[in-house]
Design a protein around this ligand. Structure first.
Ligand SMILES: Cc1cc2nc3c(=O)[nH]c(=O)nc-3n(C[C@H](O)[C@H](O)[C@H](O)COP(=O)(O)OP(=O)(O)OC[C@H]3O[C@@H](n4cnc5c(N)ncnc54)[C@H](O)[C@@H]3O)c2cc1C
Length: 395
């Protein structure tokens, strides 16, 4: 979608902001594909919050600027292209909007200012060892005792739970009802007695995921969002808030830029890699896919801007956007060849005589494996295909 003159001016403004305000060390870490520490991420949150740009898509009442859908997309894109780290969508795009729509006045006052200031981090306790795609079969149970719940069970794949202050969690409050009807939505303080967080180190070497064990954890009933046993509706609506973002166009463009940086800094067969036919062919194919994704996302943005329903077909954005990120990461690894072996690999360094490995190369394999999760998280590709088949094509 072409920018309107207003959107183009807005884009320049965001671009300048990132260039001027993003701390150099954070930009460098992101450019090299490494993980930004919680402390540095916190510092970036503080800068964004000071300029009203941490939650610009929220309503003004809660510290936002009421950005339009198109502005949000441009904002995300410019942040990615300027090497800013991706913000935690669980905190800013999921629980924040849920609190705004379904939270009590007391819950809103308690949590929204803390989130908007960038100080409070959240994680999402939905999946369990036997409940992923089939989330309604979750079995973590919450028993009502006077004015609180006692929660027992376990969650898994909980991203960044080791850093989170709070977790929003789906629990079973009625074991007799139909699966979707016996679920409630609780806010749980991660410092509560009875919570154990065990990080899971993935094949990429990063501890993104965790297991979270809950053993008779006491949660005040005032921290339930919505009515008891009505949590499923809230759980599902949460996905709506970020459906357009799932095309991840900014994140795709970030990878495109990295692929280009690799191609321009390396040679193969006496030629710059960027001139090699195999690279050019693969790059062109992915670039076309990216243009198609952007054009498709543009159609949905126009509909959303006009206040029209965007429908189940928006699943195609998640399907295409997440796969395309994987294809960029694969291209980067293939372009680097043996250089993409893990960081500071002793054999590699002995071959090249270098002291340290180029950091983009050193993290390329990790990033490729990290991207593997994108077609699983937030509803796997198979589930997106099912949605499109049933709800759009009526098959
Ligand atoms: C990067 C990442 C981050 C995550 N972060 C979080 C988080 O913060 N909080 C959280 O709660 N969870 C999180 N998850 C978990 C995620 O929600 C689940 O992995 C996902 O819902 C799939 O569930 P599962 O792993 O149990 O796989 P399963 O549901 O067991 O699926 C296994 C395979 O079967 C396929 N399958 C399942 N059902 C069907 C069907 N009906 N038709 C066709 N194929 C089917 C799936 O596509 C998949 O290939 C994260 C996952 C990843 C990868």
């Amino acid at each position: 979608m072409r920018d309107t003159p207003e959107l183009s001016a807005f884009r320049s403004q965001i671009r300048s902001f990132v260039r001027e305000q993003l701390p150099a060390d954070i930009g460098q870490t992101v450019r090299e594909g490494r993980q930004v520490s919680r402390g540095r991420m916190q510092a970036w949150h503080t800068i964004l919050a000071k300029h009203g740009l941490l939650v610009p898509h929220w309503q003004a009442q809660w510290g936002g600027q009421g950005f339009s859908v198109a502005q949000q997309m441009v904002f995300d894109e410019e942040m990615a292209l300027g090497d800013a780290p991706e913000l935690n969508s669980i905190t800013f795009d999921m629980i924040g909007p849920v609190l705004q729509r379904y939270g009590s006045a007391q819950q809103q006052q308690r949590f929204l200012p803390a989130i908007a200031s960038g100080q409070q981090w959240w994680c999402q306790g939905y999946s369990e060892p036997n409940a992923g795609s089939d989330l309604a079969s979750l079995s973590t149970r919450a028993e009502r005792v006077d004015d609180h719940y006692r929660v027992t069970g376990s969650k898994i794949w909980t991203s960044y739970a080791q850093y989170a202050d709070w977790m929003f969690c789906l629990v079973r409050t009625d074991r007799q009802a139909r699966p979707q009807q016996g679920i409630s939505f609780l806010l749980i303080d991660m410092k509560s007695a009875g919570i154990t967080v065990r990080p899971i180190v993935g094949i990429h070497g990063w501890a993104v995921f965790n297991e979270v064990f809950l053993d008779q954890v006491e949660v005040p009933a005032s921290l339930r969002i919505g009515e008891e046993n009505q949590g499923w509706t809230i759980a599902k609506s949460l996905l709506e808030f970020e459906r357009l973002k799932l095309a991840r166009i900014g994140e795709n463009k970030r990878r495109r830029a990295r692929a280009l940086a690799v191609a321009h800094s390396r040679r193969e067969g006496g030629q710059p890699l960027a001139d090699r036919p195999w690279f050019r062919e693969r790059f062109a194919e992915l670039d076309c896919r990216l243009m198609a994704l952007e054009a498709n996302a543009g159609r949905f943005i126009e509909r959303a801007q006009a206040g029209e329903p965007i429908g189940a077909e928006v699943s195609m954005l998640k399907l295409r956007g997440s796969r395309l990120i994987q294809l960029w990461e694969e291209l980067i690894v293939d372009a680097l060849g043996p250089e993409a072996l893990p960081l500071n690999d002793a054999w590699l360094l002995s071959q090249t005589g270098a002291d340290t490995q180029d950091l983009i190369a050193g993290t390329a394999s990790s990033r490729r494996f990290l991207a593997r999760g994108f077609t699983i998280a937030g509803g796997s590709s198979e589930i997106q295909h099912n949605i499109l088949a049933k709800q759009v094509l009526a098959l």
